[in-house]
Design a protein around this ligand. Sequence first.
Ligand code: GDG
Length: 476
Amino acid sequence: MSRLVVVSNRVGPIDDAKRAGGLAIALVEALKTSGGVWFGWTGEVTPEPDTRLKLESAGPLTLATVDLSADDYEDYYNGFANSSLWPLFHFRTGLVQYDRQNFEGYERVNASFAKTLMPLLQQDDLIWVHDYHFLLFAEELRKLGCTRPIGHFLHIPFPPRELLTTLPHHEQLVKALFAFDILGFQTEHDRDRFFDYVRMEVGGSVLGDKARCFGRTVTARHFPIGIDAATFKEFATSDEGQKQFTSMRDMLRGRKQIIGVDRLDYTKGLPERFNAFERLLEDYPEKRGEVSLLQVAPPSRSEVTEYQDLRADLEGMAGHVNGRFAEFNWTPIRYLNRSFARQALAGLYRASHVGLVTPLRDGMNLVAKEYVAAQDADDPGVLVLSRFAGAAKQLTDAVIVNPYDVQGMADALAQALDMPLDERRQRHQALLKNISEEDIDHWRTTFIAALGSVENAGITGGSIHADRPDRNGNVA
Ligand code: GDG
């Protein structure tokens, strides 16, 4: 059997139950079962470059990590990854910083990480690279002579061609993607946006799930990521889950609760969500004193200015709504900038009557799936979900909203709060079926099967010139 080598920006720790962040959580769950090597950044920053590898055993897994230098941390991590690619891939061109030095840092880290990993690789390895931090990784490994199958999974959306081309290095990035054998996207829409770029921008061709350009052929498919639904369900009724459930329900004293759980990130639509809750209280006065919003938002990327601004804005907004509507025995918005252990979180989801998940754009959104898994099937809460989360393509039995439409969200909240038990049960049953079938195991095994069936990994085939349009726009 092949050994799995996973590459992602952050690695483990595998036992930190309080860790927020979809990629880390998904990978911990996926790797627990498969074993193998997990390679990436330690999370530590050193003043000078230090490429020494740290190896650590964790059950069936070997964690292989390196530090980042202060310059790499600024240019690659805070810079190109989180201030260029993250906003751009979430369609937020207005927030994108273009900086050559940052891009050089990104190239530098992709190259040096590939160089550090190369000696660890064995004959039968399957290499699975994750997310927007490492778009150049396969190209770097190929330069070093790696001929193993290499796959990439993009956890965030793939942007439309018109937006991607605002990035000066767009073609270099997409060309590097052709050094992978398999490209995985969250949804078919993301995959199709990639195909659109290949066809329209660089004159490649697409047939079925294969794209050909730059003298290479790559297979591109959607692999919607899931959660460990069975385990998360158990969390909700674990001792800790039950404890949180009971104390929350005691505190609510028959009132209803809407819950939001998100890393504090501008893609998650938090200001719009607070506005919608305020509109609910304005337009549905009978809900005043009867329903509250619990927003859990652990801080994230707090060295990036936009994240600091968002935090300040949300504090102001929560204070405004509370100042306007609170009673001495009722606080409309409880806004918590902290993280909870996963069992506790499951209990809080179960105690909440509505799960409000309204990102402006999201690759998948695991919170939506966790909320469903944590519900009591006999008396389930209602998921209100943004149409712009990848999860909306699967979770069609949620109440689907447009997060830009504050009034629409307020109305959807009222509908969810008043939904009859029968309808709640029906919707929940369908949602639970989906998240249980297309769970984390399904994601992992389908991706690895695709990677395992790659033949001629990394071999150049075809000709870039044959794929490019000629002067008259004709493609050979
Ligand atoms: C990226 C993509 C894609 C949140 N607060 C706490 C906590 N969390 C956990 C949640 C969930 C995870 O963090 C967040 O996952 P999401 O999927 O919602 O979002 P991103 O972090 O942006 O993840 C996303 C994902 O990758 C996977 O591919 O779905 O689209 O952006 O698991 O529960 N966990 C704990 N305490 C908290 O307070 N323990």
